[in-house]
Design a protein around this ligand. Structure first.
Ligand code: HPA
Ligand code: ZN
Length: 326
């Protein structure tokens, strides 16, 4: 079996993908047209040319602008359905998907309009493709604690269908500590917790996510490698890191894929997983991410298999269901 064949045929779980980051230009044009909303692009070419990022913020500005055309429940359904079709093509059998309600409620789109569209697509993906999924509500960390509390309140009617809460958007300057009380309240309601930390922020952000937010997983976390004590803790606790190689390359967290530390961390015993983050913006879905690191870092077939096993171990599915895939 070639590495590429192995990557393709292994069942995998995706644990770090933003549904707004799966918005392909073709669908963006179609939805903009039917909602009669102007977008600052004439052609697909224009769009691709705009996707030239130098850091996280330069990406976020374009990512939030793209989400502006999402207005109706059907728009959210179509967005999620298109992502599930990509999962099927890549043999991603389970996915835990972030959504950013504040990106929509701040524009006057109801939480329910957004979430009901997304959730219906996940029900249909289960029924028609056998793909299972969980939804994770992400708070935008550049917005206030009050706004996060209000968003948590809006989520309560849907809480049985939202497995956890997370933290995304501009990391540096918005440390996990800012959301300690919101996360405490979310945990009291029974939500699991995750947080983006150690993508652009230093290891102190990862420590805060662990100690103050009491997260079940760290999203990205690649800068943890700068702190030996932290690495020892991640290994001892088998705290998962949901790593996103193509994202790290496109946002210049690493300058070259050959420098990526995912293989080193895997061999050190960290529970690292491979994920696509914002695949419509970063040039690839799950298997593209696997192939990129396999080629740049010369992964063995055992490395590839371990990464797929980690994806289920680190997931929020029941233990007996995990055993089915591992
Ligand atoms: N980091 C922070 N916020 C995000 C990201 C990311 O990689 N993708 C979408 N929102
Ligand atoms: Zn992310």
């Amino acid at each position: 079996l070639t590495p590429q064949q192995l990557i393709h045929q292994l069942p995998k779980a995706e644990l770090h993908v933003h549904i707004e980051g799966t918005f392909e230009p073709e669908l963006m044009f179609a939805i903009a047209k039917r909602n009669q909303i102007d977008i600052p692009y004439q052609t697909i070419e224009d769009v691709k040319n705009a996707y030239n990022f130098h850091n996280l913020q330069s990406f976020l500005d374009i990512y939030y602008a793209g989400a502006n055309v999402l207005v109706k429940q059907q728009d959210f359904y179509d967005l999620a359905w298109a992502y599930f079709e990509k999962c099927q093509a890549d043999n991603v059998v389970h996915t835990e998907i972030f959504f950013d309600p504040q990106t929509h409620t701040e524009r006057g789109v109801d939480f329910a309009t957004c979430f009901q569209g997304l959730y219906q697509a996940s029900l249909d993906a289960k029924a028609k493709m056998g793909i299972t999924s969980h939804w994770i509500l992400c708070f935008l960390r550049h917005l206030s604690e009050d706004s996060a509390f209000a968003t948590l309140e809006q989520a309560l009617p849907f809480k049985d269908n939202i497995i956890g809460v997370g933290l995304d958007s501009s990391e540096v300057g918005n440390p996990p500590a800012k959301f300690e009380r919101v996360f405490a309240k979310a945990r009291a309601f029974g939500f699991l917790t995750v947080a983006h930390a150690g993508e652009e922020g230093d290891p102190a952000y990862v420590w805060q996510a662990l100690d103050l937010l009491k997260v079940n997983r760290i999203d990205h976390g690649v800068r943890s490698a700068e702190d030996d004590k932290l690495m020892q803790r991640l290994i001892a606790e088998q705290m998962p890191l949901t790593v996103c190689p193509l994202s790290n390359l496109k946002l210049k967290v690493v300058q070259d894929m050959g420098e990526h530390n995912i293989k080193t961390m895997l061999h050190q015993g960290v529970c690292v997983t491979v994920n696509s983050d914002d695949p419509a913006y970063f040039g690839g879905y799950m298997n593209d991410n696997f192939v990129a690191i396999e080629q740049a870092l010369a992964l063995s077939n055992d490395d590839i298999k371990q990464l797929a096993i980690n994806s289920f171990n680190a997931s929020f599915i029941d233990d007996d269901e995990k055993q089915h895939w591992i």
